[in-house]
Design a protein around this ligand. Structure first.
Ligand SMILES: O=C(O)CCC(=O)C(=O)O
Length: 276
């Protein structure tokens, strides 16, 4: 018996490789999380900047709470089974009228996670629509394996290596339009991308990237993850504790260590390295 999704939603996810929108937070709750985020940016400059966008949930209680939100965990359980971890999280912020974009890619390509059967929860803390650069997905693209990616390092490409899949059938792309507080879920192999933000407000998405079944292991380096749901003690990953509050010294040191290793994983074999 699924916990929160209908059988139809689960088969939609299996067929398309994504599910959207799923209402999780009220508008007021989403606003509250945005305020917490912007207060953190003001108090600890750089702690959540683009160059430090990974794994904020290890050092901020509000991102920890979003990562472990019971409804999000229920949806993840319906999609990948009861025993799973969180491997990473990423804040995807597009500033107003900014040229930043995300080229067509599959998340699983450089993550070193095997099997690559995790699911990402992308939580909208603002509106996310065609004008401000919402994500677009290619239905069914998770079923065909990992496609060749070209590291192009183009300016304004918000992906680490500017990795890009050529010849994507963009005519069948589906835009994931979300209200603040709604969440989309996508498979680690689903091809997706997003356009620049042409609005006068920020577009803020917080991605739990990804929820991974307990049997997933890291092939490129020492693997870190955090318990999310069910029985995960047998994981080969080093299990990380939850954030103790906001920017506790030991948490910050742990996040820095985990992010340095993540950076080595994401840039492994690349000709260049950027500062994000
Ligand atoms: O936020 C975006 O526009 C893209 C995010 C993304 O690529 C992802 O969550 O996997």
């Amino acid at each position: 018996m699924p916990r929160v999704l209908t059988d139809e939603q689960i088969s939609d996810f299996r067929r398309n490789g994504f599910l959207s929108p799923v209402p999780v937070l009220t508008g007021d709750e989403a606003r509250h999380y945005r305020e917490r985020l912007e207060a953190a940016e003001a108090r600890w400059p750089g702690s959540l900047a683009a160059t430090n966008r990974n794994n904020g949930h290890l050092v901020f209680s509000f991102l920890d709470a979003l990562t472990h939100h019971p409804v999000i965990l229920d949806v993840a359980q319906d999609l990948i089974g009861p025993d799973f971890l969180v491997s990473n999280s990423v804040l995807f912020i597009k500033e107003p009228q900014h040229d930043g974009f995300i080229s067509w890619h599959q998340d699983g390509t450089y993550m070193g996670l095997e099997p690559d059967n995790g699911v990402t929860a992308w939580i909208a803390l603002t509106h996310s629509n065609r004008n401000n650069g919402c994500m677009s997905m290619i239905p069914g693209s998770h079923t065909g394996g990992i496609r060749p990616h070209h590291d192009r390092f183009r300016d304004n490409n918000l992906l680490t290596r500017g990795q890009e899949i050529d010849d994507v059938d963009v005519d069948c792309a589906v835009d994931l339009i979300l209200e603040p507080g709604e969440v989309s879920f996508h498979h680690m192999r689903t091809i997706h991308g997003s356009q620049p933000n042409r609005s006068d407000d920020r577009r803020i998405g917080y991605a739990v990237q990804s929820f991974i079944p307990v049997e997933v292991h890291q092939t490129k380096a020492r693997g870190f993850a955090q318990h999310a749901h069910g029985a995960t003690a047998d994981s080969t990953m080093t299990l990380l504790p939850r954030a103790k509050g906001d920017m506790h010294k030991a948490d910050v040191a742990r996040r820095d260590q985990v992010n340095a290793i993540l950076s080595d994983i994401l840039y492994s074999g690349a000709e260049r390295r950027r500062n994000y």
